[in-house]
Write a protein that binds this ligand. Structure first.
Ligand SMILES: [Ca+2]
Length: 309
């Protein structure tokens, strides 16, 4: 498999590309790029492999795209180890695909979580009104399909347009429930959130308050209830471990805001926030992954032999 790219290889590649053209619209471009004259077969195959991986998106439909491409390139490879390496990449892609989506938003300091799900015109003490001070409704993530969420946040916000704090907030304070949404004890100006179902939150009474003086901001996982306001902060523990926020059963909406007692209307700043949804059900058990990997190698080798005859 050294020397210049043989007409047989190019012809075989082209045939395969034509067969899957509808699904893999970039293939002909990759082939054109990879099969320039003077390249060895090994170079062509290696180029095809790396370009395939680079061009494929690891998420959503891109995963199917990646899987087909990697199997295609695995079929054409020379050694057990190069095939194995592709399967490893494929399995990483599989795990990556467990991230159902990422949404990036700016959560303004004036976002009052106690106006979550409340109709326009709803007022809150000392000047807050929906939708002007309503919290940010996260769109673009299937909250009800997610097992848990993770967050990352940067920026600073102020509860009084004077003292600014990062996403983890400043001094501890407590506040009570409002509009059927729980109170909490948390650091002022911190990034906080609340899950709702499709109902207006006033239709049932508020759950218990979470106390982040007791829970601390360094929890690894948190399982807030529907309508229970929870601390998010920068989304990481003090030792930079990404925290997991389990989605309560029945949740269809996530709102983000900042921690304050009253009067979000005089707040300032805000947080650039990334929200990632994770579907744990999509991550196979380690044993299944090994079986899948061995199966993929076997499949690829059987096809490679057939294909190269
Ligand atoms: Ca305020």
């Amino acid at each position: 498999m050294t020397g210049n790219a043989s007409p047989r290889l190019i012809s075989a590649l082209r045939k395969r590309f034509l067969e899957i053209q509808g699904r893999l619209p970039l293939s002909s471009k990759i082939l054109k790029f990879c099969s320039r004259s003077g390249k060895s077969e090994r170079t062509v195959i290696g180029c095809y492999k790396s370009k395939s991986i680079l061009k494929a998106s690891p998420r959503g439909d891109g995963f199917t795209f990646l899987t087909v491409r990697l199997l295609e390139s695995c079929i054409l490879m020379n050694s057990f180890f190069s095939c194995l390496s592709v399967v490893v990449v494929l399995l990483i892609g599989f795990a990556t695909n467990a991230q159902a989506g990422i949404v990036s938003v700016f959560v303004p300091g004036f976002a009052n979580p106690y106006l979550a799900g409340m109709p326009n015109g709803t007022t809150a003490p000392f000047g807050d009104t929906a939708p002007q001070q309503s919290p940010l409704l996260i769109v673009g993530l299937d909250i009800n399909q997610a097992s848990y969420l993770s967050f990352s946040a940067t920026g600073s916000a102020s509860y009084n347009n004077s003292s600014f704090f990062g996403p983890d907030g400043g001094f501890l304070f407590s506040r009570g429930a409002e509009n059927g949404i729980s109170g909490l004890r948390v650091t002022v100006s911190a990034l906080i959130g609340v899950f709702l179902d499709s109902r207006i939150p006033t239709t049932i009474s508020a759950p218990n308050d979470l106390d982040f003086e007791v829970l601390t901001r360094d929890f690894l996982t948190l399982s807030p209830k529907l309508k229970q306001v929870f601390f998010i902060g920068d989304g990481m523990t003090g030792s930079e471990v990404t925290q997991k926020f389990y989605v309560p059963k029945g949740a269809t909406r996530l709102f983000l805001g900042t921690a304050d007692g009253t009067q979000w209307v005089n707040n300032a700043g805000g947080f650039n926030t990334n929200i990632t949804s994770h579907d744990q059900a999509a991550i196979p058990e380690p044993a299944s992954m090994v079986i899948f990997g061995l199966g993929a190698i076997g499949f690829a080798y059987r096809n490679r032999r057939k294909f190269m005859k």
